[in-house]
Structures are given as structure tokens and as C-alpha cells.
Unconditional design. Structure first.
Length: 387
């Protein structure tokens, strides 16, 4: 068995919002610097991107290689109830089979890397299952396209297919601690992914899942998502929820924070006249089926971390993460110790100190031990990290 890092939700240049150059070479090279062993291809239903996918080196029926990075066939789809879903295909036959079933109900398969299909979530899931694909909801708490923005429960969304849903993607702004307040999520594997439209290492793998698998290939990844035969997720890593713009309930004008009780009393109007917006934290607590937190036994640790570029930027108080100072500091660490995830999770702090300034080493330690503190995000403003 080996431990691998995976980012299973990315996008190609064929998705709206994608920026700059994206190709497999760049994705593979950046994945290696980041410390990711497996990436999803993203957008695999798009004919333009698929043409690139089938030119990669096949490792087996469902795994394709570029340099040292393995890619698995995957796409995101929007169903007609506006929920986003992630799909993983075991091989090209399954992918073509699935595509044939949905061609009649989609008008933008050739236009958009993340297509819209005019069928319900339940119907879509049943087509996926019938064609041997794995399907689960993307960024479940997303305000626009997350499952919980449109349905009360998983079963409401997936109906007859719900017993075949094995995973849910947490999405930015949420961790396992919060998601596990919903008991119906306990049987599922949580996956944490970047959902990036940009291959730069500050975006790629900004959230990732660590799995224990026999080999870094599609077949064993499926087993790990289903937690079969000692294959399983061993760590979820992602952006601290406190960083999120709507983590806490607060005013969108002056950012004063409010308790739900106080906000209700004030009819969601702040003293300054601004509107008070309900925070993610409170929304989840309201949905919570039990007030007492129970982690399911299989749930791995959730590690809150920021991309190393962000940490360096904040410690050095640079204007943005793309300055020469930040870049050279990041390069020094990554070229000395192999890759970013290794630096963030494993490299001895003493060794890091020898290569970079002591405050950066300290900041990495603070994230490893989860001893950071935040002025939590609220009312449309990101949280402020105190280092
Ligand atoms: Zn999405
Ligand atoms: Zn996406």
C-alpha cells in the first residue's frame, strides 16, 4: 500500500471562467511540484479536451499518464435542478456509453467543459450508475450549485439512486467538522478538491485528498472512494473555513458580526443600515440533525492549510502572491524538499528554517498543529489570519 495525494476536480480551457494556458504538460509539471500524484482530467466529455486525453500514455483502461502524473477520466455536470455533480469513469467505454445517453438532453456538450443536461439529479445519477460511472455532488454547500441550496437531503436530490452515492465533495469554505453535523453524510467519503480553472500551484491542489491505495490508478482510486479492501482516504486538506467570506453571520456593509438571535431581533438589518447575511456556520447548525457532534469511525483528519504561496505572501507582507520575493522563496523550498505538500506536511521544521526565513517555518508549524487564529470571515469579507 502507498499514500498518494489527489486533486479530483479541475477544469480544462473549455470551461467558462478558465484563464490562461491550460494543457496536460503544464498540469502534470505543476502537479509534481505541488506533490499531487493523481489529477482528474476534468471536462472529459468535451470533444476538444478528450482529443488531448486520448493522446496521453495509457497506464490501464482508466488511467492516463503525462510525465509523473496520472489522470483519471472525470467531468462535472450541471443537472436541470442546477445541482453540480462530479463523475468518474472506469474506462473510455463507460465514458462513451454515458455520453451517448445524455447527448439528446444537452445542447452544450461541445461548447462547455462543464455541460448542462436537461435531466434531474436522480435521472443523471441513474444514467451514471447504469454506465458504471461513480457520481456524487460537487461543493455540497455552494450557495448557487451545491446540493443543499436546492434540496433538504441527499435522498431528496438523488431519489432511487441515493444508495449508490459513495462520495460528496466538501468544496471551499467547509471542513469535515462542519459537514459531519449532517448525519446523512456520515456513510459517504468526503473528497476535497481545488475545482480550479487555473493550473498555477497556488490554485491546483489548494484542497486535496490523501488516499491509501495499492497503486495510483483509477481502479484503486474507485476502491478508496468506496473504502474497500483497505483502500481509503487518510486525510482531507483544504482552506480553513474561517477564511470564507460568509463563514459567520455579519453585516455586508460594516462587517459587524451578529448572533442569529440578535440578527432576527433586528430583522436582519444592521445598526449601520446594511443587510445582515447569515453565515455558513449557522446555516449548517440549523440543518444539523443532532446537536452532538459524532464523527463516523472512518472519517480521516481534516487539515486546514493555505497554499504555501499564500503563507509566504502573508508572512512577508507582500502585495500579492506573484511577486519575485514570494516566487523565489517558494522555489527555494520546493526545489530543496521535492514538493509543496511535503514541505507543508512532513519536512522537519528545523530543515525548513535552514532554507527560508524563520517566520515562514513558524507559520507552517502553526498550520500543522492547527494553532492558528482568525478573525472569521463574514458579510462578504474574507477572514483575517493572525500569524
Ligand atoms: Zn461546480
Ligand atoms: Zn467545477
Amino acid at each position: 500500500m502507498m499514500i498518494i495525494n489527489a486533486d479530483l476536480h479541475i477544469h480544462s480551457p473549455f470551461t467558462k471562467k478558465s484563464k490562461g494556458k491550460i494543457d496536460f504538460e503544464l498540469l502534470a509539471k505543476n502537479a509534481e511540484k505541488k506533490g499531487l500524484n493523481i489529477l482528474s482530467t476534468g471536462d472529459c466529455l468535451h470533444p476538444g479536451w478528450l482529443k488531448n486525453i486520448i493522446q496521453l500514455e495509457p497506464i490501464d483502461l482508466g488511467t492516463f499518464q503525462c510525465y509523473n502524473t496520472n489522470f483519471v477520466l472525470s467531468t462535472e455536470i450541471q443537472s436541470n435542478d442546477n445541482v453540480h455533480h462530479l463523475l468518474y469513469f472506469p474506462d473510455l467505454t463507460s465514458l462513451y456509453d454515458f455520453r451517448e445517453h445524455i447527448t439528446c438532453c444537452s445542447t452544450d456538450l461541445k461548447l462547455n467543459g462543464r455541460p448542462y443536461v436537461d435531466v434531474s439529479s436522480e435521472k443523471l445519477a441513474n444514467i451514471a450508475i447504469d454506465t458504471s460511472a461513480l457520481i456524487g455532488p460537487s461543493h455540497i454547500f455552494d450557495l448557487f450549485s451545491g446540493l443543499y441550496s436546492h434540496y433538504n437531503t441527499l435522498a431528496d436530490c438523488y431519489g432511487s439512486a441515493v444508495s449508490e452515492i459513495y462520495f460528496a465533495e466538501l468544496g471551499l469554505g467547509i471542513d469535515s467538522y462542519h459537514a459531519d453535523f449532517l448525519k446523512e453524510l456520515h456513510p459517504l467519503t468526503f473528497i476535497t478538491n481545488s475545482d480550479t480553472h487555473n493550473p498555477h500551484p497556488i490554485r491546483l491542489g489548494r484542497e486535496f485528498t490523501q488516499f491509501q491505495v495499492k497503486k495510483p490508478t483509477c481502479k484503486y482510486l474507485f476502491q478508496a472512494i468506496k473504502r474497500k479492501q483497505h483502500h481509503r482516504p487518510v486525510l482531507n486538506a483544504g482552506i480553513p473555513p474561517e477564511e470564507g467570506k460568509y463563514y459567520q453571520t455579519g453585516c455586508i456593509k460594516c462587517q459587524k458580526s451578529y448572533s442569529i438571535k440578535e440578527a432576527k431581533k433586528r430583522k436582519w438589518k444592521c445598526r449601520c443600515g446594511g443587510v445582515i447575511k447569515k453565515g455558513m456556520k449557522e446555516k449548517i447548525l440549523e440543518k444539523s440533525t443532532s446537536k452532538q457532534l459524532h464523527y463516523p469511525y472512518h472519517r480521516p483528519r481534516y487539515l486546514s492549510i493555505l497554499p504555501l504561496h499564500e503563507i509566504i505572501t502573508r508572512v512577508l507582507q507582500e502585495k500579492n502572491p506573484f511577486t519575485e520575493n514570494v516566487e523565489s522563496c517558494w522555489n527555494a523550498l520546493v526545489s530543496t524538499f521535492g514538493n509543496e505538500i511535503h514541505v507543508m506536511l512532513e519536512t522537519p521544521i528545523n530543515d525548513i528554517e535552514k532554507v527560508t526565513n524563520q517566520s515562514i517555518a513558524e507559520a507552517i508549524k502553526v498550520f500543522r498543529l492547527a494553532t492558528f487564529s482568525y478573525k472569521e470571515g463574514r458579510g462578504g469579507s474574507y477572514g483575517t489570519l493572525y500569524l
